[in-house]
Design a protein around this ligand. Sequence first.
Ligand SMILES: *Cc1c(COP(=O)(O)O)cnc(C)c1O
Ligand code: SF4
Length: 340
Amino acid sequence: MIPQTEAARQATPARAPWQQSLADVIREPAELFALLQLDRTPLPAAIAASGDFPLRVPREFAARMRPGDWNDPLLQQVLPLGRELEHQPGFSADPLEERDSNPVPGLIHKYRGRVLLIISGGCAVHCRYCFRRHFPYEDNNPGRGQWQAALDYIRSDASIREVIFSGGDPLVASDRHLAGLVEALADIPHVTTLRVHSRLPVVIPGRIDHDCLSWLTGTRLQPVMVVHSNHGNEIDADVTAALERLRKAGITTLNQTVLLAGINDTSEALTTLSERLFAAGCLPYYLHLLDRVAGAGHFEVTETHARQLAGSLLDRLPGYLVPKLVREVPSAGAKQPIPL
Ligand SMILES: *Cc1c(COP(=O)(O)O)cnc(C)c1O
Ligand code: SF4
């Protein structure tokens, strides 16, 4: 017989450390300002700008920011600014027109052979440049146990080879939920590849734990993890260890970056990022031009400057450490490469 304390422990499993980190993210601009010893003058503007897309910063991530430095490249990604509220011509709420490729709730099918599953509307961190900041997640949150329509859709189309867990951030979902979905997908014969796009390995690296690795590698599906890091300062010892755990488990590990003005729009910043990723066993995949989402105009890098940067990376790095410079075009069936 199981002793009572053990039975109680099994009935209410303890929260994993990453779940604790997720519950404990910084949500108040005033707290972030205090933690980083920032001058409080812009605080009212930060509070106003965080109204419809609130501040969210994991403490592990904030710990990598330089106190007192407004220009810190990690802070700049998460800091709400008054400028977000200004009208920016050419920037819209749904720049990718994904509403047109949304055949069943929670599923986006735009590219041949691949579908995105919106596993979760939530994220651990709120990135101010995010193209999903206005996405109608309420309509796309099938929730636990309501994934049958998406699974039926995938089963009915034999051209679908790869299923991409996306969001929001899919890794804010529980391992139990994710493991169940992966099992169901592995039961669909034409699906061969399971891809996960997530920023959790970077912002809460403890997310890559034993339970996570076990559903990633526990079926016949070939796993690919695409992490999302924008700056070398994000890659500390804990992130390096998380990326190494992925690689040692046999998971192809790639990185995508958004090119962001004032954050990573120099040849030095992008070179260092590729080098640090490689040291952790992760290869660069895409360097995205910003999607023109309302509120993110101040992050835009001109296409001319982007081409120059991509050219200088080719001069400085081996080919396998140069990400592909791409942009997303709503009607196109793939990310569009930007010719140099
Ligand atoms: C980016 C994206 C994919 C994946 O594209 P890859 O070029 O294979 O990385 C698939 N579906 C949608 C809707 C996407 O936006
Ligand atoms: S979807 Fe990705 S880029 Fe957007 S807020 Fe979430 S983690 Fe950041």
